[in-house]
Write a new protein. Structure first.
Ligand SMILES: [Zn+2]
Length: 85
C-alpha cells in the first residue's frame, strides 16, 4: 500500500545505458508519473549509480520538484541507506 494515496504498489522500471532497473511505484504514480504522488515511489538503498542518476535527471525536469524534495541532496547519500519514500 502506498502511504501517499493508499493504492497498491506495482513494479516499475527505468532504463539506463540499455539496462533495466526496477523499483516500486503506486498506481497513481504509475499512471501520472513519478511526481503524481508524494509517496508513490520506493527505491532501495545502495542503488546502482546509473539508477540514481536517472532519478535525479527525472527530478530536474519540469514537474519533478516533488520527487527532487524526496531525494537526498547528493546522489552519493544513497549508499548510506537514506530512506526514500
Ligand atoms: Zn501513491
Amino acid at each position: 500500500m502506498c502511504a501517499g494515496c493508499g493504492q497498491s504498489m506495482v513494479p516499475g522500471y527505468t532504463t539506463k545505458n540499455g539496462r533495466r532497473y526496477c523499483y516500486y511505484v503506486c498506481r497513481t504514480a504509475q499512471k501520472g508519473g513519478a511526481t503524481a504522488c508524494a509517496g508513490g515511489m520506493i527505491v532501495g538503498p545502495r542503488m546502482e549509480s546509473a539508477v540514481v542518476g536517472a532519478l535525479y535527471e527525472l527530478a530536474d525536469q519540469p514537474g519533478g520538484e516533488t520527487l527532487r524534495q524526496r531525494l537526498p541532496a547528493e546522489p552519493a547519500q544513497f549508499d548510506e541507506g537514506a530512506p526514500v519514500g
